[in-house]
Design a protein around this ligand. Structure first.
Ligand SMILES: C[S@@+](CC[C@H](N)C(=O)[O-])C[C@H]1O[C@@H](n2cnc3c(N)ncnc32)[C@H](O)[C@@H]1O
Length: 327
């Protein structure tokens, strides 16, 4: 492919969003006990520049890890932004501070070549996945469905970043309903900034309406509506959401096309309504499976016209829930 076409294809996919160490630290601090004695795999990470690999090597002893493995995709050069110009890739393994100098030395990191391109679905990467206990990474947005499906198929624990909208994907939402996946500790409303290749920045700045590219200090970064997806337990998901409001038919109208009431803000969920309620997707941030049951969403409930309507007005996407005490 000519260079120009290659750049176009890359920009269209927009998978090269690189996670900052501070965002990794902020989330990972809530899961420490899960990592004791475990092998961690970062399988969409060039180990020589991934902040995920960096986090786990720097915190190896504090977390009591057994092993950290990171594989990269189509890259053999030390370069934060992968150009996918190489059909082979490398992976690295770290098994701790062998010389006890409290530093991660280069000779303590084993560099190995993969036979193929490092695709997380390839046979050799799946073999590394089999060896791992927990997968922690930010996978390519365009392959998020495949990525989660693979982790579920191999029964792995995981903590991964993904687009907020992925909650509603037809392959992902049922996993929330079955309590096989939940959102992490970081509030869904918090903005995360990522390092991105210069071509994303140039394109974002060129398109005046694009509010993705923002200046952070003296550097341009990309804003992306990302959240953590996990199946590792954390305290927040067992906190009870305090419910203050009382139901009235005036304040909580029924949908025109579905037998449920519309609750436009999670904090306004009434404490005394026994039926089905439609709430915004950000409800997932407060979802405690002992307090609420997820009934479905527009797709799984096959709601006519694909959205809830109130007095003829089409609303944003909703999740339909019930209070557990009301069951
Ligand atoms: C959103 S970026 C995140 C990179 C890194 N995990 C981080 O958080 O900084 C996704 C990465 O996955 C890589 N990638 C794309 N397709 C892949 C595949 N099929 N298998 C493994 N990695 C892939 C991309 O090259 C990119 O570096």
């Amino acid at each position: 492919m000519a260079n120009k076409d290659l750049n176009k294809a890359k920009a269209a996919k927009k998978d090269e969003f690189y996670t900052r160490l501070e965002d990794i630290e902020l989330e990972l601090k809530h899961y420490r006990p899960h990592f004791k004695g475990k092998t961690v795999l970062c399988n969409c990470d060039d180990p020589r520049c991934s902040n995920f690999f960096r986090y786990f090597t720097l915190n190896f002893e504090v977390l009591g890890l057994k092993k950290v493995i990171a594989t990269c995709y189509k890259n053999q050069d030390v370069d934060l932004f992968s150009h996918h110009e190489c059909e082979r890739a490398v992976y690295q393994i770290y098994e701790g501070d062998k010389n006890h100098n409290r530093k991660v030395d280069e000779d303590e990191i084993e560099v190995k070549y993969l036979e193929g391109d490092g695709d997380f679905r390839s046979k050799e990467c799946v073999a590394l996945l089999e060896e791992a206990d927990i997968v922690v990474t930010n996978p390519p947005f365009s392959l998020f469905r495949d990525f989660i499906a693979l982790l579920i198929k191999h029964n792995k624990k995981f903590l991964v970043l993904g687009n907020k909208n992925a909650i509603t994907y037809s392959e992902i939402f049922p996993l929330f309903k079955e309590d096989k996946i939940w959102v992490g500790v970081m509030p869904m409303t918090r903005e995360i900034y990522f390092d991105v290749p210069q071509e994303y920045i140039d394109e974002g700045l060129r398109m005046k309406k694009d509010r993705t590219i923002v200046k952070q200090g003296d550097k341009y970064m990309a804003r992306s509506p990302s959240i953590w997806f996990t199946n590792l337990e954390h305290d927040k998901r067992h906190e009870e959401l305090p419910l203050f409001k009382k139901y009235t038919p005036q304040e909580y109208p029924k949908y025109d096309n579905y037998n449920a009431i519309e609750v436009s803000k999670t904090c306004d969920i009434p404490c005394d309504y026994d039926g089905v309620m439609g709430v915004p997707i950000t409800f997932m941030d407060k979802y405690n499976p002992h307090q609420f049951e997820i009934v479905g969403n527009e797709d799984t409930l096959a709601i006519p016209k694909g959205r809830g309507y109130v007095n003829g007005k089409r609303l944003y996407g909703r999740i339909f829930i019930k209070r557990r005490s009301a069951l």
